[in-house]
Design a protein around this ligand. Structure first.
Ligand SMILES: *Cc1c(COP(=O)(O)O)cnc(C)c1O
Length: 394
């Protein structure tokens, strides 16, 4: 058993666990008892892999980017999660969880969403399976993210506004939890990242681990080795990074680099650089590292990229950070925007601003000519065009 994977108690080192109200215990316990045996069934695996292939479009290519490679003096490979159906890695997880929900006999799916990306990935698989879908979203986010709200509605989802508190992601999460408590028998709650109470972080990491599984095979074909020197991924809650790292965790010669959003700067007060500023505490049902005030209030995060605008990280990342297995760094809004433009002009690929944070870190590294570097391109930039237009005055 890897020391970087979850133990039988639901912990990564001293992080993880299931800190939930009593009323949620039966729901979470049902999942905990069943998720591994279901995921490991051959019929489940066959259905999951068939949908990843024929519906999502996997395997996603591992692309050796020639002009980026020339710029950095190393072999820079992009793992193209941006080419997946719906434009990012999130669909890998929602496909897995909808099959699990079906297998558990659930008829109703709930989810929470901030920017709407996870809401869209959830509404998509609910349409695919003809299941009822309710997405909780902060009232302010509903206004800010109109195109994603429209996508969810077109796919038949009901989008419910959370009107309490700051009317954003955390309030939507509270509403979703309240719904789940009230509907324990027929409802499955699809969480969108490697966060939440055990078993969610491990379950989501397993569904995203297809990213590193394919990468190993593809790298071996292209270079003769399945161990890259460096692997880079951006971290909001940490699901694309968890999937990109998964099969390299015990291969200690592979350097794992996680890139968080520094926003306007780590010390600006407008940031989402969790490991730089955070302290240990409990958020969304698990013990991890989060940005909080001295008296334990969660600090509002900020990043130009909605997907990285989260005050914590999943418990596995907290452990990879604390144990030193992973290197956790941060990139500002400006650095990320420049990196997004650079990839567009060097390779003709417009990345999601989240993914651009990972690309930006290449500027701060030094390489040997023979180094193999894999960057997880978690999503495409179509959703971010407004932001790019404003920033670059296009
Ligand atoms: C949601 C999102 C992220 C951040 O989520 P993780 O769980 O940290 O992966 C990163 N990139 C894209 C394109 C996203 O949509």
């Amino acid at each position: 058993m890897s020391k970087y994977q979850v133990n039988e108690k639901g912990y990564y080192g001293n992080f993880g666990g299931a800190y939930i109200p009593e009323m949620l215990y039966p729901n979470v316990e049902e999942l905990r008892q069943q998720y591994l045996s279901i995921i490991e069934e051959p019929e489940f695996q066959a259905a999951y892999n068939q949908l990843l292939r024929d519906y999502v479009g996997r395997p996603s290519p591992l692309y050796l980017a020639p002009r980026l490679s020339e710029r950095y003096g190393a072999n820079i490979f992009l793992k193209r999660e941006d080419l997946n159906h719906t434009g990012a890695h999130k669909i890998n997880n929602t496909i897995g969880q909808i099959l699990l929900a079906e297998r558990l006999g659930k008829k109703r799916i709930i989810a929470e969403t901030g920017a709407g990306q996870h809401g869209v990935a959830t509404a998509t698989v609910c349409a695919l399976k003809g299941l009822e879908c309710i997405v909780y979203m902060g009232a302010i986010d509903i206004e800010r993210q109109a195109p994603n709200v429209a996508r969810m509605k077109m796919m038949g989802a009901k989008v419910v506004a959370a009107t309490s508190g700051s009317q954003t992601l955390k309030d939507a999460t509270n509403e979703a939890l309240r719904d789940w408590i009230n509907n324990p028998l027929d409802t499955h709650y699809i969480i969108g990242s490697v966060v939440g109470p055990h078993p969610y972080p491990d379950m989501v990491a397993r569904f995203q681990s297809i990213i590193s599984e394919e990468t190993k095979r593809q790298l071996l074909e292209k270079t003769g080795t399945d161990s890259p020197d460096y692997v880079l991924a951006c971290v909001g809650g940490g699901s694309n990074a968890a999937g990109m790292f998964y099969h390299f965790l015990d291969d200690e010669q592979v350097a794992l680099i996680a890139i968080e959003a520094a926003g306007h700067g780590v010390d600006s007060g407008e940031t989402a650089a969790t490991t730089a500023l955070g302290k240990e505490g409990v958020l969304h049902g698990s013990r991890s590292i989060l940005m909080q005030t001295a008296d334990g209030q969660v600090v509002e995060p900020y990043s130009i990229s909605a997907g990285l605008d989260y005050p914590g990280i999943g418990p596995q990342h907290a452990w990879l950070f604390k144990s030193g297995r992973g290197k956790y760094v941060s990139i500002t809004d400006d650095e990320a925007m420049q990196a997004g433009l650079r990839l567009t002009q060097l390779e003709g690929i417009i990345p999601a601003i989240e993914s651009a944070h990972a690309l930006a870190y290449l500027e701060k590294m030094t390489f040997k000519k023979s180094d193999n570097v894999v960057v997880c391109l978690s999503g495409r930039g179509d959703k971010d065009l407004d932001n790019y237009m404003k920033y670059f005055d296009l």
